[in-house]
Design a binder for this molecule. Structure first.
Ligand SMILES: *[C@@H]1O[C@H](CO)[C@@H](O)[C@H](O)[C@H]1NC(C)=O
Length: 346
């Protein structure tokens, strides 16, 4: 993963780095928007098949299954730990016992930027609804801090981590039996539509104080075990799917660049290129195409089946989601990128 830098960003980083030597952990709060890559339990009580609060999911997690779609921690779990947070950021569905001022996780498995995405599996919380949930949290914080201005000032210091969009392809555009989008739009038209909607939701977050955004691009969706078996490519990634990821990422990167110019000094956006983490680029893994758990029709682990023994040698945990070992690897570069943002706009 590499962040995209601009000359002015590099310059201000150099200037700020001088008086910010141990500028770590300056981040008081993190709000998380996304899909199953980040979900930590928001789908547990929704009527959907897209849930994972059962074994073998969570088999390597401290408290067992929680609704995370992997064997252990997600990459944002690892990243927030590296940022100095002692507790996990709680899911919006259950913040009991947590301080919401340190952040909330709104991510929902199967969700996308479009409201209908993923709904053939049941209910999910799409990006627009996640933003609405954040507005509920905003009101609570405003009540606590004594007014909306104080809340916005506080919330301007938080990190807004957004990692969403894969499902708009794999659980929408490329499922023509369930969704009409591929008959209505060309891939380019569809990507433009997604990016416009994404931009609108980011604007809504800015209205309630958000200023520091980390916007994560899509990984190569054509390289998942699900894609390999569905398209019967004999092991090579599905070009049509990967091309969609790359097209989306290019437009998302342009949006981030545009926002950085338009909101200069009022917001900072960092685009993280996630296509760099793909099969073949990670050392120490030798099973790149087969999941570790036994998975069923929907690509998720079959309940209570014993998973593979050498989980850390696997890139994928189930048909779609990477193992904890890979998430930890991803989180390290994520953390380095987030640190730049804190230093720049601390
Ligand atoms: C992301 O990285 C890949 C691989 O290095 C590169 O081909 C692609 O152009 C990058 N995408 C963006 C939007 O920067």
């Amino acid at each position: 993963m590499a962040i995209e830098t601009k000359p002015w960003l590099v310059l201000s980083l150099l200037l700020l780095a001088a008086n910010c030597v141990d500028g770590e952990s300056q981040l008081p709060c993190v709000f998380i928007f996304g899909d199953s890559l980040s979900d930590s339990g928001n789908n547990n009580n929704l009527p959907t098949f897209a849930k994972s609060n059962y074994l073998p999911y969570g088999i390597d997690f401290p408290n067992g299954p929680t609704g995370r779609f992997t064997n252990g921690r997600t990459s944002i779990d690892f990243a927030t730990e590296l940022l100095g947070f002692e507790k996990f950021i709680p899911p919006f569905a259950n913040t009991r016992g947590f301080d919401i001022q340190k952040g909330v996780n709104y991510a929902s498995g199967s969700a996308g930027i479009r409201p209908e995405t993923g709904t053939h599996m049941g209910a999910d919380i799409y990006l627009g609804a996640q933003v609405k949930n954040h507005e509920v949290i905003y009101s609570k914080i405003a009540e606590k801090l004594g007014g909306s201005e104080k809340a916005k000032l506080y919330l301007s210091k938080c990190l807004y981590y957004m990692n969403i969009g894969s499902n708009d392809f794999i659980n929408n555009y490329f499922l023509p039996n369930f969704y009409p989008t591929s008959r209505i739009y060309t891939p380019l038209q569809y990507v433009h539509l997604l990016i416009d909607q994404y931009a609108g939701h980011i604007q809504d977050l800015r209205e309630v104080g958000a200023r520091k955004f980390v916007i994560v691009g899509l990984s190569l969706i054509g390289c998942t075990p699900s894609a390999l078996s569905r398209y019967k490519t004999h092991g090579s990634c599905v070009k049509e799917l990967n091309d969609a990821s790359i097209l989306f990422n290019n437009k998302l990167k342009s949006l981030v660049d545009r926002f950085n110019i338009n909101f200069f000094a009022h917001s900072i956006f960092i685009f993280i290129n996630n296509t760099v983490v793909n099969p073949g680029t990670l050392p120490g893994l030798d099973v790149l195409d087969a999941p570790c758990c036994l998975s069923g029709e929907n690509g998720q682990c079959i309940p209570d089946k014993i998973p593979c023994k050498n989980v850390d040698a696997h890139l994928f945990w189930d048909q779609f989601h990477t193992t904890q070992a890979v998430n930890q690897f991803t989180a390290k570069s994520l953390y380095n990128d987030i640190k730049l943002l804190i230093v720049h706009h601390g």
